[in-house]
Design a protein. Structure first.
Length: 157
């Protein structure tokens, strides 16, 4: 279910043309809906980590694919939360009503989540390139989050 939610979030974030002569864009409604979808995906993954995996026999857990290892599920859950906060920060930046304190809090949360994702990713096999690509994505998002945090603290983006 979590993967279906993440697929739905990707679909909501596809730019659409609205026939107004401008380039295709992602609507604010879609970005708001995506935040909820990311939270739902994180909830499903958290449920799997806390309630499903502990009830499985250890031998069966060892036979699971690497993608379903507890560390990977935790990293995906935190990644969904991080991307949800990233969307919220983007909405706050675009909103004239959002205060600087709200933007700072969201930037701090974003750094926290992406740092936790970096720490929770177990050693993935990088022979096929996907594990390395995922690590690079997480590192990029963590650095991006730190930049947002610095911008909001020192330059009031």
């Amino acid at each position: 279910m979590a993967m279906v939610c993440l697929l739905q979030a990707n679909t909501l974030l596809l730019p659409r043309s609205y026939g107004d002569g401008y380039a295709p864009r992602v609507s604010e409604e879609s970005r708001r809906a995506t935040v909820d979808v990311f939270l739902k995906a994180a909830g499903y993954l958290d449920c799997a980590i806390r309630h499903v995996l502990p009830k499985m026999p250890l031998e069966l857990r060892r036979q699971l694919p690497v993608d379903l290892a507890e560390g990977n599920l935790k990293a995906l859950s935190l990644q969904a939360l991080g991307q949800g906060v990233d969307m919220q920060l983007g909405l706050a930046i675009d909103s004239p009503k959002a205060t600087l304190a709200v933007k700072r809090r969201l930037a701090c949360e974003m750094v926290k989540y992406w740092q936790q994702v970096q720490e929770s990713i177990p050693e993935l096999p990088v022979s096929d390139g996907w594990g390395k690509k995922h690590r690079l994505f997480v590192k990029w998002k963590y650095v991006e989050a730190k930049v947002y945090k610095l911008c909001h603290y020192y330059h009031s983006l």
